[in-house]
Design a protein around this ligand. Structure first.
Ligand SMILES: NC(=O)C1=CN([C@@H]2O[C@H](COP(=O)(O)OP(=O)(O)OC[C@H]3O[C@@H](n4cnc5c(N)ncnc54)[C@H](O)[C@@H]3O)[C@@H](O)[C@H]2O)[C@@H](O)CC1
Ligand SMILES: Nc1ncnc2c1ncn2[C@@H]1O[C@H](COP(=O)(O)OP(=O)(O)O)[C@@H](O)[C@H]1O
Ligand SMILES: [K+]
Length: 489
């Protein structure tokens, strides 16, 4: 796998707080100095993004995020902007936020208690909650967030869009949808998955805090990557043989899509073990695929002998036919991508699994595997993905906006690409085929999952240039091929 070496490291709120403390204790950077730098960086960003903005509204909470807001307001007034500042309450006595409020007032600023705004604003600065959010916003905070959402003025969030958990990307209640977010010191992992997209465009300002104080990140963003060029003497035998197993009555398309994706990812050979009724259509539509009708373990066994990688589950169903193939296929202990009904069967019947395994649940399947609701999974996708990886000793792809790849060792990678056009049938089957195709070409489970998730989502972004609505899984194959060969950015 070839990848550029830019690493975008992601951290939890607890880690961010510990880094703030170390900056003060070990690097002699007092919190108030950092707050001043945060405000200066955010105001410079505001100026860059909205050079014509003159009328600003700043809405400050009671914590240090509010403190950042007072200092942005102070700096904005000093450079000639009209600033209306609303405070949702009093900062804690002795806090940096209280000092910031005093400095804003000393410089001539006026603090208004929250009330529905009467003056229009060119830009609204959201300084209500940062990493400290710990429950759903209520009362004036809820009213202020709701009012911001109805005005139409662009919102610059400080550190975190208020109402979004910096840890998980979940929103316990109402939340700001920002056009851009000035993120301080380190990237917060929750802004890169689930509802973290409410942050809009993120710019990171390290505020001069040395990287050596950051410690080990909790997660990393995936970087664009491809496979290296093929050796000139490559032949089909050196690129693996994927066997897709699935396609019960009425769901033959799922197996076909996974198989075609594996072939388009460069697998040397692709076979499909499916219901006899699907074979003719599959062979006719894509003659490169070797589709065989199987009625049970005996007819599957010779196909397993020839395969080097399995894609198990697309359209498999959970009835007797699917269950028998599932058992026999897992017994073969080949490198396997387990998806869809392959995962539902695993929930019903826990068992030994192959050593090289990638599982690709969407949040509903993940919930079933963990005996939790889909909402519980979404409330902390990082924890759910790690728990699945540990429990099944597998590399896990937890799909959805900001897909996560978790390894059994606890590492997590977050996919920064993808779009809602992908919310259409067959997208998951295509991903399964891509990952299987990469395993077949020698990637290990984590490489195949990371590279596969990235290529799939980037291909979808290229395909969605024609529009997100109406995007089909099959539309990914052409851009996928170009990306895989380094021909598309
Ligand atoms: N050295 C530092 O600590 C720095 C902190 N900075 C800013 O400080 C922020 C963190 O500040 P805080 O820890 O004070 O936290 P916040 O300002 O995010 O939250 C304030 C307080 O509100 C309360 N709260 C949370 N959710 C609530 C809800 N739904 N309803 C009512 N009350 C709620 C909590 O008790 C929390 O401590 C960062 O996000 C960043 O913006 C920056 O100034 C950079 C330096
Ligand atoms: N809103 C979205 N943003 C980004 N990616 C998405 C979105 N919706 C779906 N996807 C991606 O599309 C794929 C859908 O997979 P899945 O739910 O298994 O669909 P299916 O079973 O219909 O093939 C996953 O890779 C998922 O991450
Ligand atoms: K904020």
């Amino acid at each position: 796998m070839t990848a550029p070496s830019i690493d975008i490291a992601l951290f939890t709120s607890d880690q961010a707080r510990a880094i703030d403390r170390r900056a003060t204790d070990e690097a002699g950077m007092p919190g108030y100095e950092l707050m001043n730098r945060a405000a200066a960086s955010a105001f410079a960003m505001l100026r860059r993004r909205w050079p014509a903005a003159r009328r600003l509204r700043v809405v400050c909470g009671t914590g240090n995020n509010g403190g950042d807001g007072y200092l942005v307001a102070r700096d904005a007034r000093a450079s000639g902007c009209e600033v209306v500042l609303f405070a949702l309450g009093e900062p804690r006595p002795g806090s940096d936020a209280e000092r910031a409020r005093r400095d804003f007032e000393k410089a001539g600023g006026v603090v208004h208690p929250w009330g529905p705004p009467t003056e229009p604003a060119d830009v609204i600065v959201d300084a209500i909650y940062g990493t400290g959010l710990n429950r759903a916003p209520e009362g004036v905070a809820k009213a202020a967030i709701e009012a911001m959402g109805t005005e139409g003025a662009p919102i610059l969030a400080l550190d975190v869009p208020s109402g979004v958990s910096a840890d998980t990307g979940a929103c316990p209640g109402v939340a700001v949808r920002a056009e851009a977010t000035a993120c301080f010191i380190v990237h917060k992992r929750g802004l890169h998955t689930h509802q973290g997209e409410r942050a809009g465009a993120i710019e990171l300002f390290d505020l001069g805090v040395p990287a050596s104080l950051r410690g080990t990140p909790d997660a990393h963003l995936l970087q664009p990557a491809t496979l290296p060029p093929r050796p000139r003497d490559a032949h089909k035998g050196t690129n693996g043989h994927v066997l897709v197993i699935g396609g019960d009555h009425g769901t033959g398309g799922a197996a076909r899509m996974a198989a075609e994706a594996a072939a388009r990812t460069g697998a040397g050979l692709v076979s499909v073990a499916t219901r006899e009724e699907n074979v003719l259509a599959m062979n006719a539509a894509r003659p490169e695929l070797m589709a065989r009708g199987v009625d049970g373990p005996q007819t599957l066994a010779p196909l397993l002998d020839k395969a080097s990688v399995l894609a198990l589950g697309p359209g498999l169903g959970q009835a007797a036919w699917g269950h028998a193939l599932w058992t026999t296929a897992l017994d073969a202990n080949l490198p396997t991508v387990l998806d869809a009904d392959g995962l539902n069967l695993l929930h019903a019947e826990p068992r030994d699994l192959p050593g090289r395994l990638v599982i690709t649940p969407h949040p509903g399947e993940a919930g079933r595997l963990l005996d939790r609701s889909t909402a519980d999974v979404q409330d902390d996708r990082f924890a759910a993905a790690r728990e699945l990886a540990r429990r099944f000793r597998a590399t896990v792809v937890l799909k959805g906006n900001g897909s996560l790849v978790a390894t059994p060792q606890g590492a997590v990678f977050v996919c920064p690409w993808g779009n809602p056009g992908m919310a259409s049938g067959g997208m998951g089957d295509t991903l399964t085929g891509i990952i299987a195709g990469l395993l077949a070409q020698g990637c290990d489970a984590t490489e195949a999952a990371c590279l596969g998730v990235g290529l799939h989502a980037r291909a979808a972004d290229v395909a969605a240039r024609a529009g997100e609505r109406g995007l089909l899984a099959g539309d990914l194959l052409e851009p996928l091929r170009r990306l895989l060969n380094g021909r598309e950015d």
